[in-house]
Design a protein around this ligand. Structure first.
Ligand SMILES: NC(=O)c1ccc[n+]([C@@H]2O[C@H](COP(=O)([O-])OP(=O)(O)OC[C@H]3O[C@@H](n4cnc5c(N)ncnc54)[C@H](O)[C@@H]3O)[C@@H](O)[C@H]2O)c1
Ligand SMILES: [Fe+2]
Length: 398
């Protein structure tokens, strides 16, 4: 038996933020970061003014958030007792809000309310807190607005561990996709966050848990992202913002999240999460190359599925093997076109740091849920080899 979990509502398109002015909330708790507060929070406040809701703003979320900041926010939630949490920002903000909520609901569990999260446990978040979750993503990347995962860093041990925790109740009640919010995205984030979304489409489609429902979302998301990321990226070089293109990217990022959240991600994300934590590399900077490695590693196991992805974007080839090889070539070309790194060295990882961390990096990668759902089995020795090649950006030949 399988199930497919979705948000109750997806509001999308131009002026989507106006939806908020029609809601009746008593107390809204906004989770955001300093950049979003400065750039766009006024747009949200304008809409909420009409509702007369009391507003509390928690704007301290850093990039790649830690369990500690989540604990701080949870305390504030317990004090203010809002009836709506609005996460307004990128994946870091949304993941933080998704972490705070179960901590607020079960204060007796402390940090275990997150670290001990079981995907299928009945948390009764809404009943216990009388609150709902509204996500308003601003990066066109993570899809965290509709996934049941929260990716947080635990920096209490020597090798920082970034891990994904989840429960189906963390899927938002409402996600609001307003492309206007993406007009300020820097070019590097259009590329990096875009590649995160593209990696979700690839991982979710190749996963051993892929199903008919996730396939439908992920194949189309893959196409929309592949076509529109480079266009938006190059337009941004001259300051041009085309909202039709931005809307496609924003919708596709959510579709990717929606799909992979119901089919899992694979080796690329197991690697991406781990190196992000251990070497302090933002997810949006490392995930594209990690995805390229996942395509190369899985080519022999699921060339039929990789060939589907290739056909979707018009890549040609006489056999599924040729289509796979051609997509992998094109994937590397795209990373270079978007100025994204293809090796750990290019991401700033020194040989000393690599040698010092690699053992725990491999242990953490093996234990990441992305390893479990990878289509081609992968063990410790395989990861030793993959990481050796990845350090230099060499193409896999095994
Ligand atoms: N929960 C999930 O399912 C999931 C999936 C993928 C990634 N993640 C996690 O999400 C985090 C990364 O999120 P992200 O890539 O969205 O970046 P982010 O949230 O860390 O934001 C990066 C930077 O961009 C700024 N920013 C955000 N929106 C902007 C806009 N519209 N204009 C200008 N600047 C803007 C932010 O203020 C921040 O400084 C990582 O921790 C990653 O592991 C979670
Ligand atoms: Fe991701």
């Amino acid at each position: 038996m399988w199930d497919f979990t979705s948000p109750r509502k997806v509001i999308f398109g131009e002026d989507a933020l106006e939806y908020l002015s029609e809601k009746q909330f008593k107390h809204v708790f906004i989770v955001t970061d300093p950049v979003m507060r400065k750039l766009h929070l006024h747009l949200l406040e304008e809409q909420l003014k009409a509702t007369n809701a009391e507003i509390t703003i928690f704007d301290e979320i850093p990039g790649e958030p830690t369990l500690q900041i989540v604990q701080k926010g949870a305390k504030l939630l317990a004090e203010t007792k809002p009836d709506a949490i609005i996460a307004f920002g990128g994946g870091s903000v949304m993941d933080s809000a998704k972490g705070m909520w179960p901590m607020w609901a079960s204060p007796e569990d402390g940090i275990d309310a997150i670290e001990g999260l079981n995907p299928f446990e009945d948390l009764k978040l809404r009943e216990k807190t009388g609150c709902i979750l509204i996500n308003i993503p601003t990066t066109s990347g993570t899809g965290s607005d509709v996934t049941w995962a929260t990716v947080l860093t635990d920096n209490s041990s020597e090798t920082e561990r970034k891990a994904s925790f989840g429960n189906r109740e963390l899927v938002a009640d409402i996600t609001i996709l307003d492309p206007i919010l993406t007009k300020t995205l820097p070019r590097s984030l259009i590329a990096g966050a875009g590649l995160d979304a593209l990696s979700h489409a690839v991982g979710g489609y190749l996963s051993t848990w892929a199903n008919d429902f996730s396939d439908a979302l992920l194949l189309h998301a893959f196409k929309l992202l592949w076509i529109n990321i480079p266009i938006a990226y190059h337009q941004a070089e001259t300051g041009e913002v085309n909202f039709e293109i931005r809307e496609k990217l924003h919708n596709a990022a959510t579709m990717s999240g929606w799909g992979f959240s119901n089919s899992q991600i694979i080796l690329g994300h197991a690697i991406g999460h781990t190196i992000g934590g251990a070497f302090k590399i933002p997810h949006s900077r490392c995930i594209g190359a990690a995805c390229w490695y996942s395509l190369m590693y899985n080519k022999t196991s699921v060339s039929d599925r990789i060939a589907d992805l290739a056909r979707t974007i018009g890549i040609e080839g006489k056999s599924k093997e040729e289509l796979s090889v051609n997509l992998i070539k094109e994937f590397k070309r795209l990373l270079i076109e978007l100025n994204l790194p293809v090796s750990l060295q290019e991401m700033g990882v020194t040989k000393e740091k690599y040698d010092a961390e690699i053992e725990s990096v491999i242990d953490y990668t093996l234990n990441d849920s992305g390893t479990l759902s990878n289509p081609r089995p992968v063990d410790y020795e395989d990861y030793v080899k993959i990481y050796e090649y990845f350090f230099e950006g060499r193409e896999l030949d095994f």
